[in-house]
Design a protein around this ligand. Structure first.
Ligand code: HPA
Length: 270
């Protein structure tokens, strides 16, 4: 696997002189951050050796090199979801490549269903921990010690320093940021009322279909992680209504400017 990662990393390194220090994975309806990038180079996933190709609506599938707030970044516009049929190694391959390119920090954004009764649709939650409910793990199989340890520590999956900075940015700019636990599940079904209730009982504040695999792999390689989620629908008993991918995208797009602002400011403080 290391050789495959190296081939892709070398290909990408040779595309530009820019040396990204932060990798950003943009979730459903959250592509607006792209407007903030001073783009140096944009590459379609199809052109990248060994890269899987994204299929889901709302994900256009491009890797963008550029700067935001003077910080060189590499952004993934469109991610690979487990529910699309990619295995965990494919879902997390781009994160392996990022690290191989010298990137030490990973930012991830996503849309999620709110479980905490204090949340309302449109809220933004800084992820401070996660629960893996995929029933799978990207690190299953032979471990390559060059990438990371067999039994990686997960005591600080999301960087406490970046969380504290983000909360300060929210405070300084009048953006009410929530903080909570994200439970990652396979999808593609949204949850039944009983499943939302179960995830709440398990200790989660929001539920979604991504992020956990990427963060596990990033932590395996000792990258620091920052995760942020837009609550696009409610899984709180009594508030559950029918939900569609279109609504999720609409709510995410409406809340996105605030999230983009936080990420932009945070990138200035890396
Ligand atoms: N459940 C799972 N994933 C989601 C949801 C949800 O309610 N909303 C957006 N992504």
């Amino acid at each position: 696997m290391l050789e495959t990662i190296q081939i892709t990393a070398d290909y990408l390194i040779n595309q530009t002189t820019l040396k990204p220090v932060v990798g950003i994975i943009l979730g459903t309806g959250l592509g607006g951050l792209v407007e903030e990038i001073e783009i140096e180079k944009s590459i379609s996933y199809e052109e990248i050796p060994n890269f899987p190709v994204s299929t889901v609506e709302g994900h256009s599938g491009r890797l963008i090199f550029g700067t935001i707030n003077n910080t060189p970044i590499l952004a993934m516009q469109g991610r690979f979801h487990y529910y699309e049929g990619y295995d965990m190694k494919e879902v997390t391959f781009p994160v392996r490549v990022m690290k191989q390119m010298g990137i030490e920090t990973l930012f991830v954004s996503n849309a999620s269903g709110g479980l905490n009764p204090d949340y309302v649709v449109g809220d933004i939650m800084v992820i401070n921990d996660h629960i893996n409910m995929f029933g799978d793990n990207p690190l299953i199989g032979r471990n390559n010690n060059k990438l990371g340890p067999r039994f990686p520590d997960m005591s600080e999956p999301y960087s406490k320093r970046l969380i504290a900075e983000a909360l300060m940015i929210g405070n300084d700019n009048g953006i009410d940021l929530k903080q909570g636990v994200y439970v990652g599940t396979t999808g593609p079904t949204f949850e039944t009322p009983a499943e939302y209730k179960m995830f709440r009982i398990l200790g989660a504040d929001a539920v979604g279909m991504s992020t956990v695999p990427e963060v596990i792999v990033a932590r395996h390689m000792d990258m620091q992680c920052f995760g942020i989620s837009i609550i696009t629908d409610s899984g709180v008993p009594g508030q559950i209504v029918e939900v569609s991918h279109e609504e999720v995208q609409e709510v995410a797009a409406a809340a996105e400017p605030k999230m983009t602002m936080v990420i932009k400011e945070l990138l200035g403080r890396i």
